[in-house]
Design a protein around this ligand. Structure first.
Ligand SMILES: [Zn+2]
Length: 226
């Protein structure tokens, strides 16, 4: 485990649908650092036969959210693993102000410096258009979009040739609206908090995936990949 403050440690934040998962995967390749998605960590942790794993599984089985304490413990353990030696991107964490404050404490304890918190800014109407338009191939899971990512041949999956597609049931206007309201209430307070710490950079996320990725690379001082 490194304790010399080296490596690149980044939080990607922004409203649900702003593209932070996609950007985290691109940044992971570009910077050779670990992508820590809260959703994936939760699914992995809940399968472990540990006190935390059992608590998480019980909460998720009851349809409840994991508590801040559970999430913080999970992230803290995950950061200690070898693949985070070069650094990490946190995607979906911190989701609340208490989580943000806990993250700061954890990192101080571990001797890790948080380099940057990047907020990907996308107006609500654009998020709505992105989410309501998306669908995927039922056979291979390849994702598409009514407007931005159509299959090359209408009605036929580029990847597997499948012809049946589905939309996620929670990709509807009311649910998305609800997620956006939750984001404003729960997660948004972390933005001025990180700003006060001098860690915040805002990036316009309304352009293409590539242009947003380039802006993030610029903020982090990473050389453009050719
Ligand atoms: Zn397919």
């Amino acid at each position: 485990m490194h304790t010399d403050g080296s490596g690149l440690h980044v939080v990607l934040t922004g409203a649900p649908g702003c593209g932070k998962g996609t950007q985290a995967r691109i940044l992971k390749e570009r910077a050779h650092i670990c992508h820590l998605s809260t959703g994936e960590m939760l699914r992995a942790e809940a399968q472990k036969d540990t006190p935390l794993g059992r608590d998480l599984k019980a909460a998720l089985d009851r349809g409840e959210f994991a508590t801040d304490e559970m999430i913080i413990e999970m992230v803290s353990n995950r950061i200690d693993l070898d693949d985070c030696q070069n650094g990490f991107i946190l995607d979906g964490f911190p989701r609340t102000l208490p989580q943000a404050q806990a993250l700061e404490k954890i990192l101080v304890q571990k001797g890790i410096k948080l380099d940057r918190v990047i907020e990907i800014q996308v107006p609500d109407e654009i998020i709505m258009e992105r989410i309501l338009g998306r669908y995927s191939c039922m056979q291979c899971g390849q994702g598409y979009h009514d407007k931005f990512l159509k299959p090359k041949v209408y009605g036929v999956c580029d990847v597997c040739g499948g012809t049946t597609f589905a939309r996620r049931r929670d990709d509807n206007r009311a649910t998305v609206q609800n997620r956006l309201v939750n984001y404003r209430m729960l997660t948004y307070p972390t933005i001025p908090y990180f700003e006060k710490e001098g860690l915040l950079s805002c990036v316009d996320g309304t352009g293409t995936i590539e242009s947003t990725a380039a802006k993030i690379a610029l903020v982090l001082g990473l050389a453009q990949k050719r």
